[in-house]
Design a protein around this ligand. Structure first.
Ligand code: APR
Length: 311
């Protein structure tokens, strides 16, 4: 393949992302993990599936970064996932150090890459990677909104018994309890769901979306969601690799957009070869803007925690 994507963290999200990237023949994949044998073993297993899955992407696993050199995209999933009873924010102490260390190596070996962050707490980890890489803001992007929107879309499709392909949804804000699903901009075959579902039903779907990650954690008990998070990261990677210029909700560094300054927060962006090529500013109602502000305040609090941790 003429494109290369490195996935850091060969755990549940990382290995699933590697599988989806390869099976879509988007790129060759370098899988890196701190545990010896794991990235090598998973890469070999995926390589042995290739004849059956009919793809020619090369997948290799390593414990060091040399083979990642010159990657077009680096997806960072390294870190610990949450367990039942934990919020994403509880991971900050452990994951901040891991993401900082990983990002420095990524930046040294792939200075022109676009970094997609998956590790949680997402918005805070974007800040860590932004500072540690020294990359421009268009090349550090957080995966959250695509996942949260996909969850919302899945619930809308289930509720109305329609194809998921007919659904479209927007979820803005931080990747946590304060995320801001936008029913007005969420549609089925172009029809806003506000015309198809009662207020109460929409409120229930919004609530389920906001706690979508926790619902999976409470079922799995030993880890967190990974199929949908991997799909979401790969959709972002595909738009960048193919320069598709898809408009997707992603965590982006804002400098005044939506009245927010100096914070990563989920907003609609255009993703192309250069990473974030545009931040799309949609009109929000007073209530939606207030919800986004509340979400931004909670990201700002985590930024303060990072400072206290010295990251
Ligand atoms: N360098 C490289 N890999 C690391 C490092 C490091 N410094 N530290 C940890 N890892 C690896 C682990 O060895 C493990 O294989 O990261 C991987 C994480 O995988 P899982 O434990 O399976 O976690 P996963 O479900 O993939 O979630 C990873 O993504 O969605 C978020 O909240 C989630 O922060 C979590 C991350």
């Amino acid at each position: 393949m003429d494109k290369k994507v490195t996935v850091i963290g060969a755990g549940n999200v990382g290995a699933t992302a590697a599988q989806r990237l390869a099976e879509k023949e988007l790129c060759d994949v370098v899988l890196i993990d701190i545990v010896e044998g794991v990235p090598q073993g998973k890469a070999l297993d995926l390589t042995e599936a290739a004849p059956i899955e009919k793809h020619d992407a090369h997948i290799k696993g390593f414990n060091s970064y040399e083979a990642s050199a010159g990657s077009d995209i680096v997806i960072i999933t390294a870190g610990i996932p949450r367990k039942p009873g934990m919020s994403r924010d509880d991971l900050i102490g452990t994951n901040a150090g891991i993401v900082k260390n990983v990002t420095k190596q990524v930046a040294a070996f792939s200075p022109d890459a676009v970094i997609i962050i998956v590790s949680n707490p997402l918005d805070a980890m974007c800040h860590v990677a932004f500072e540690a890489s020294g990359f421009p803001k268009n090349r550090v992007i957080g995966m959250a909104g695509v996942l949260d929107s996909a969850r919302f879309r899945a619930f809308i499709a289930m509720e109305l018994n329609v194809s998921v392909e007919n659904t479209h949804a927007f979820v803005l804000g931080g990747h946590g309890d304060t995320m801001v699903p936008l029913p007005r901009y969420s549609t089925v075959a172009g029809i806003p769901i506000t015309e198809l579902l009662s207020k109460e039903k929409i409120a229930a779907l919004v609530k389920r979306t906001a706690s979508g990650g926790a619902e999976i954690v409470s079922l799995l008990k030993t880890g967190s969601a990974y199929y949908a998070p991997a799909s979401a990261a790969v959709e972002m990677a595909e738009s960048i690799l193919k320069d598709k210029k898809k408009i997707l909700p992603c965590a982006a560094y804002l400098e005044g957009e939506y009245g927010i300054n100096g914070l990563f927060i989920g907003v609609p962006v255009k993703l192309g070869a250069k990473g974030i090529e545009e931040i799309i500013q949609i009109k929000l109602t007073g209530e939606e803007q207030a919800a986004l502000k509340k979400s931004a305040d909670s990201v700002a609090e985590l930024k303060t925690v990072l400072k206290k941790l010295g990251v």
